[in-house]
Design a binder for this molecule. Sequence first.
Ligand SMILES: Cc1cc2nc3c(=O)[nH]c(=O)nc-3n(C[C@H](O)[C@H](O)[C@H](O)COP(=O)(O)OP(=O)(O)OC[C@H]3O[C@@H](n4cnc5c(N)ncnc54)[C@H](O)[C@@H]3O)c2cc1C
Ligand code: SF4
Length: 477
Amino acid sequence: MQLLFADQLGPHFELGDEVLLPVVKNQFGKRKYHRQKAHLILYALRSRGQDANVKLIELDSYRDLLHIDHKATKAVNPTSYPMRRLTKTLGLEVSEARGFCSNEQDWSDYAGTAKRLKLEDFYRRQRIRLNLLMDGNQPEGGEWNFDDQNRLPPSAEVLDVTGPWLPQEDELDVSVRAELDELEKSGAEFIGKDGPRKFAGNREQALAALEHFINHRLDLFGPYEDAVDQRSWAVAHSLLSAPMNLGLLDPLEVVAAAENAYRAGKARLQSVEGFIRQIIGWRDYVWHLYWHFGEDYVDKNELSAHVPLPSFMTKLDPDRIKAKCLSSTISDLAENAWLHHIPRLMILGNHSMQRGYVPSEVNDWFIDAFVDGTPWVMPANTIGMSLYADGGQMSTKPYAAGGAYLSKMTNYCKDCPLNPKIRVGENACPFTAGYWYFLDKNQQLKSNHRMFNAYAGLKKLADLDQLRQQEADRKSF
Ligand SMILES: Cc1cc2nc3c(=O)[nH]c(=O)nc-3n(C[C@H](O)[C@H](O)[C@H](O)COP(=O)(O)OP(=O)(O)OC[C@H]3O[C@@H](n4cnc5c(N)ncnc54)[C@H](O)[C@@H]3O)c2cc1C
Ligand code: SF4
């Protein structure tokens, strides 16, 4: 019998036997999950449990498997350090991890010879190896990357994009909701708003979501990939991270569908290339980095950031935030348990780095508050990419940005009482002031040649003393 983990729910994880699938509801009592994340996980487990070859088992903890009688003898290698330790202790026969577009050997072939790990190099090897969007041995269209065409700010065209696929809630949603209500009564605490469910929770729904994205949204994915538009919560993003991370979709079938859409003339190359890069590039890259950097990478704190997370993040409460970009982002997260990449990186990540929030707290919060959050996906995205807490192992420079970036790539500033061009005084933008404050506090970054211009700018600020005082005294955003 195969022991199946909660993120291995699709057919590509089956080893051809009967399946034992644990439901560990107690985990929801241990941390403060977004209610919609808990709902999706429970829905997906219960839905998979209806299949004929699956035996559901209710446990208080995965470790109970050590003490109860069960017939599990094998598993597909799970996705986190603790679960891998568990399979060892249980003495299971473990087969190679699935659910990604490359394996350990592919990674060591790359990382073993690379002078410095670089997403772009890894991605090109993946394109060639998987023969995706290739024209012989050259990249389709003559370029590996069409990013320069993919940075449009929000515009009216965003509103023409067909909305994302959304599930029709069913009886299982009703019973899952009742189960979560019961858990709350017995002490579990959730954050964010309850439903309606917005993400695919079984294989059939995941395939429908994929088809809808490919046919209706992929074509405009590229140009608006980085745009944040308060009129459109999902812009042209796929919302497929949750079903992929639950194992309901095989990323290889997702990228094959995208390439087919390009070959059939249904989606432009710049969008298809950009989308495929996110999956065979970024998604696989951060997966391998989770193992490459090691289990204690989440404790890295190279910028000595010691401020606890503010309650507007831990409670997902936007009410007292003046900064429109931040309040809308927190409010959208409370509403949907999801944000696209730019609000995660350039609003929440950037804010957390500027304000020196404890990196491991930021990492755990992202895992719990986001519907697609997992232990393997987060460290490279938070500790590395967003917070620069690893001192540059992952990125060559911090992703720090002020209001100028946000006023270009979002349409929040026009509705904000603050001004992205002002850094000191009543109307000062906390992102602009925060940017300079961050540079000033972290003078060790000066030696990074990619930060030369930033520090040259800091040197020219005539009001730096005032700004320092203002930000040191800041109580709200
Ligand atoms: C601070 C921070 C936290 C993040 N947390 C998560 C998370 O919890 N789970 C998660 O899957 N992704 C996470 N990401 C990456 C990315 O933001 C999400 O994958 C994406 O927003 C999910 O929405 P989507 O499916 O519509 O993605 P799309 O924009 O449609 O992109 C397609 C797919 O590419 C993959 N992808 C793109 N970028 C990344 C990346 N940096 N890391 C991993 N996969 C990537 C995802 O599988 C995604 O579904 C995070 C990024 C940052 C900066
Ligand atoms: S002015 Fe600053 S705080 Fe306000 S929305 Fe723009 S970037 Fe955000």
